[in-house]
Design a protein around this ligand. Sequence first.
Ligand SMILES: Nc1ncnc2c1ncn2[C@@H]1O[C@H](COP(=O)(O)OP(=O)(O)OP(=O)(O)O)[C@@H](O)[C@H]1O
Length: 332
Amino acid sequence: MSDAQMVELASVTKRYDGALAVDAINLKIKAGSYCCLLGPSGCGKSSTLRMIAGHEDVTDGDIMIGSRVVNDDPPAERGTAMMFQSYALFPHLSVAENVAFSLRMKGVGRKERLERAARMLDLVSMAEYADRTPTQLSGGQQQRVALARALMTEPSVLLLDEPLSALDPFLRVRMRSELRRIQAELGITFIHVTHSQEEAMALADLVVVMNDGRIAQAAPPREIYNAPRTPFVARFIGGHNIIEDNGRTITLRADDIDVLPAGDATGARRRAQVSEIEYRGPDVRVGLETEAGESLTAVMGERAFFDSPLSPGASVAIGWRPEAAHELSRDA
Ligand SMILES: Nc1ncnc2c1ncn2[C@@H]1O[C@H](COP(=O)(O)OP(=O)(O)OP(=O)(O)O)[C@@H](O)[C@H]1O
């Protein structure tokens, strides 16, 4: 495999007929890291990925791969490979020939081609399916083949556009850990577009949360979860409350809210009524309405909740440790 490469975007902008899709974003993705571009539909994730791949022109700014500005390089000369949401395998070719296709185009002989394809199929745990055709495979298996095919060109950067979205939830979780394993094994840079915060948290070294063509926050998953920078990030990743407290807008993780007996004055910051209880297996979600009219959510461990269960209508006090509160900046 080729060496991993760093990817850098400097003030990268994309306009489609005047409409701004990506707005002067700056981003450094370290060589050999797993980066997820995360955000709602239309925020500019795919446009960013396509510009890195060279499938879309950059309106303004520079894209660097390694130490080279690649703005004007054709896709095949960037050291990138792209894996799409639709796997688009050739139906009339065997799995092995699909994977070896780029080598066939380069004129590599059949024997070497199939040997190299076999090694790649091994990496994605599909060696035993080499002689089947794509129609004889499940969606998840086809996707592994597409991954092997993309990796066959020995890219230093692999670009993945919603690669798991066509899979059922069970397979999605399994393929997710496969992707992470393969990335770690190859040590190349992965840039993966997703609208699922869970997927980004599970996979990425660097999560890039995008909103409206801009980067709202770029940080490791734990930092994003523990200290979201803006109300948008806190809402998008979920599991957070946003409240006004002493003139500041703060965010609090739902599992950092302590629900206390109503009479417990120590540590109480709000008085509230329980509005809703939702049992979720590992934990319980408690909806709360404070005296000031705020709607908050607390999440309690299953056992902790049932040690002293609450019911809707119960009066409680709520508190939190000072370090659990993070002040938010305004959304851009
Ligand atoms: N080829 C195009 N021509 C015109 N506008 C486009 C084109 N491609 C994307 N856009 C617009 O650019 C904006 C960003 O689109 P992009 O596909 O990058 O978003 P995304 O975050 O990947 O969304 P999704 O998750 O829905 O794929 C959107 O407003 C979209 O409508």
